[in-house]
Design a protein around this ligand. Structure first.
Ligand SMILES: [Ca+2]
Ligand SMILES: [Ca+2]
Length: 187
C-alpha cells in the first residue's frame, strides 16, 4: 500500500514538472510573437510655411507591444538651424498598443524674402525593442511667407525693383553658377 501511494506521488510530480516546462516554453513563444514594432515616417516629403508648423506623421508597424520611443533629428538643407527652426532633436513616445504618432515642428516667421527652403528629417535611436524601418529619412519643404516692401525692404538694395505696383525681387542666389530664383509680387 505504501509503495503504491509513493509511485502515484512520483508520477504526479513528473507530470507537474512537464506541465511547468510546457508553460515556460509557451511564455517564451508569446514574447517572441509580440514584437515592439518598426518605425517609419508616414511620408517621404512634408511641407510647412514660415510662421506655421509641419505635422510629421510616424508609423509603428509589425507589432505594438510595450512603450517605445524614437528620436527625430532635424538638419538644415537650405534652411538654417537656429534661425529658421530650433536646433534640437525630438523624442516621440508610443504608448503600448499605439501604431501612429505625429510630431509638430514649428518654423520661424522671419522677415527675409526667400525661396523655398528645406530640412532633412531622420529617425534614430529606437528604444523598447523597436527597430527602424525602410523610410527613416524625409525631406521637409518650408514655404516662404515674406513679401518685399515697395522700393525698399529686407531684400538687399539693388536686388528688387517696383514698377507700377509690381515688384520683381531676387529671392535667392545659391551660387553664381545656379539659376536665380525670382519672385513677382503685386501690391
Ligand atoms: Ca526663412
Ligand atoms: Ca522668409
Amino acid at each position: 500500500m505504501f509503495a503504491r501511494t509513493s509511485y502515484k506521488s512520483r508520477h504526479r510530480t513528473r507530470f507537474a514538472r512537464r506541465v511547468g516546462a510546457g508553460a515556460t516554453a509557451l511564455a517564451g513563444l508569446a514574447v517572441a510573437a509580440a514584437p515592439a514594432g518598426t518605425f517609419s515616417f508616414g511620408l517621404s516629403t512634408f511641407s510647412a510655411t514660415e510662421g506655421g508648423a509641419a505635422v510629421v506623421t510616424l508609423s509603428r508597424s509589425g507589432g505594438a507591444s510595450g512603450e517605445v520611443a524614437v528620436t527625430i533629428t532635424v538638419t538644415g538643407g537650405t534652411a538654417t538651424a537656429g534661425t529658421d527652426f530650433a536646433s534640437r532633436p525630438y523624442t516621440i513616445t508610443f504608448p503600448d498598443g499605439a501604431t501612429a504618432a505625429t510630431l509638430t515642428i514649428p518654423f520661424t516667421d522671419d522677415t527675409l524674402v526667400e525661396g523655398l527652403e528645406t530640412v532633412t528629417l531622420a529617425l534614430s535611436t529606437p528604444t523598447g525593442g523597436a527597430v527602424l524601418g525602410a523610410l527613416t529619412t524625409a525631406t521637409l519643404s518650408v514655404n516662404d511667407n515674406g513679401t518685399p516692401a515697395a522700393g525698399a525692404g529686407p531684400v538687399a538694395a539693388g536686388r528688387h525693383r517696383t514698377f507700377n505696383g509690381v515688384t520683381l525681387a531676387l529671392l535667392s542666389e545659391v551660387a553664381p553658377s545656379n539659376p536665380l530664383n525670382l519672385g513677382v509680387f503685386v501690391g
